[in-house]
Design a protein around this ligand. Structure first.
Ligand code: IMO
Ligand code: MG
Length: 443
């Protein structure tokens, strides 16, 4: 057989999986990544930064991850933070220390790209000042982790620092030059000059310290991953945020600054998208959003409060109460198509256990016209009126169910309807945070 044919066969049969959130983040992707890691050798974070908050419950113990891939809990899994991530070294080290203290091994099993852009104190300042400036309209309500400013510097190039730069001789001078420019920028954004405490020498020293500690993890992850693909390794890509927060395809400008839909895999990791042969779209059985921006199915009422309380819908990173609402099939159908989703993981179904009736948004009405297209303009999205379909609730606890057949009939109906509207099967249903509280649907 020709070498080429051989390679083709391999890419078709070896699972290279991508897990991506299909809403506005917080879909419980961490749990799915943790579960699916079992069949994979490498887990890759490829975009976002410490704006992400992934909760993984292992043996009743809850771990909150921000930058470390959720594969870290499985021995023999190589975790990779790829170049598309913006890296706050301080928060990464806090995370590593916390894991180590709790007996989770973090050594050569964590690899970090030397291409990752580094978050600095000025990015935090810019994040704060710019979100205030934007509040003439509605503020984006960022996580204030310096994510947008760091990505902006990456695209702007002149004031950017990559992890690899921390190991160069000229690093202190590079920082001095950037601090000089950032002072002027911060004043321009409204900071009082005496409030700007940036000291180039101490920042350079501080980051040199982080660089020393991170050195054993730093690598050319692009080369590593391309080799891994050619060697037929089983790779799992872990998306952060959700597709509706995608910088290019989400609800701009109320989005994050990276490609958080499935399209981000190749730019973020360097692995061509054609190698990914299984895309798992993660959805909540309802919808939530943190921060500003339109949210057509929002329930700012007793139903929303009920969901928030039952689902403990408070931000992992910022503890902000999440906005809650009905499942929006128009939005999720759009993002499943956008991300090339093959199958759905439906999370937090048990949160709906007590409700007598459930609504699913099946279309929007915009200027009196009915549509199932998700608008590209935020002003249109603000004006849409959701068209709902009402389904009966099941009003029974589901957290102890382990087989699809044992779910209440109305819960099965609800799941079937979502799968039908999105045109993809639901292959995983989650009815609680623990690994065991999972229904894997036989195909
Ligand atoms: P995970 O990975 C939910 C939201 C913020 C804000 C917008 C921009 O846990 O699903 P940023 O700080 O990224 O510039 O904020 O994006 N946001 C998230 N919402 N889950 C996340 O991550 C989020 N990361 C960012 O609330 O509206
Ligand atoms: Mg989160």
């Amino acid at each position: 057989m020709a070498v080429g044919a051989n390679l083709m066969l391999r890419t078709e049969t070896v699972p290279v999986t991508c897990v991506v959130g299909l809403q506005w983040g917080d879909e419980a992707k961490g749990k799915i990544v943790d579960l699916l890691t079992e069949g994979h050798e490498i887990v890759v974070r490829y975009q976002g930064g410490s704006n992400a908050g992934h909760t993984v419950v292992v043996g009743g113990e809850s771990f909150k991850l921000s930058l470390v891939p959720s594969g870290i809990f499985r021995p023999n899994v190589q975790c990779v933070v790829a170049g598309g991530v913006v890296l706050n070294p301080k928060s990464l080290l806090v995370e590593i220390d916390d894991l180590t203290r709790r007996s989770v091994r973090v050594g050569e099993n964590l690899m970090i790209s030397d291409r990752a852009h580094v978050v600095f104190p000025w990015h935090f300042e810019e994040d704060r000042l710019l979100d205030q400036l934007a509040s003439g309209g509605e503020a984006i309500g960022t996580t204030q982790r310096g994510i947008g400013p760091c990505y902006r510097d990456k695209v702007g190039r002149s004031l950017a620092v990559r992890l690899g730069d921390l190991y160069h001789d000229g690093f202190a001078e590079q920082i001095a030059r950037i601090v000089e420019a950032k002072r002027r920028i911060l004043v321009g954004l409204g900071a009082a000059p005496e409030e700007i405490t940036l000291d180039a020498a101490s920042i350079a020293r501080e980051y040199a310290g982080y660089a020393r500690r991170l050195a054993p993890h730093v690598a050319d992850t692009t080369a590593f991953l391309l080799d891994a693909v050619e060697a037929g390794k089983r790779i799992l890509f872990e998306g952060a945020q959700g597709a509706l927060l995608d910088i290019d395809h989400g609800t701009f400008p109320y989005v994050t600054s990276s490609n958080s839909s499935g399209v981000g895999v190749s730019s973020g990791s360097g692995v061509p998208g054609r190698h990914v042969n299984r895309v798992v779209g993660v959805i909540k059985a309802y919808t939530t959003r943190v921060g500003g921006g339109p949210f057509p199915t929002e329930q700012d009422n007793a139903t929303g409060q009920h969901i928030r309380r039952r689902g403990n819908e408070y931000g992992t990173v910022t503890r902000r109460p999440r906005r809650c609402g009905w499942f929006d099939a128009v939005a999720a159908r759009y993002t499943s198509r956008l991300s090339g989703v093959d199958e759905l993981a439906v999370m937090l179904l048990d949160v709906l256990d007590e409700l007598a009736e459930l609504k699913i948004c099946i279309a929007y009405e915009l200027d009196g016209k009915r549509t199932t297209n998700f608008p590209g303009q935020v002003d249109d999205l603000r004006r849409v009126v959701p068209v709902y379909e009402t389904l009966p609730g099941w009003q029974q606890p589901t957290s102890d169910v382990r087989r699809l057949a044992d779910l209440p009939e109305n819960a099965k109906r609800y799941l079937d309807r979502i799968a039908q509207l999105l045109g993809r099967p639901a292959t995983i249903v989650s009815i609680g945070p623990d690994r065991e509280q999972t229904i894997v649907v036989e195909k």
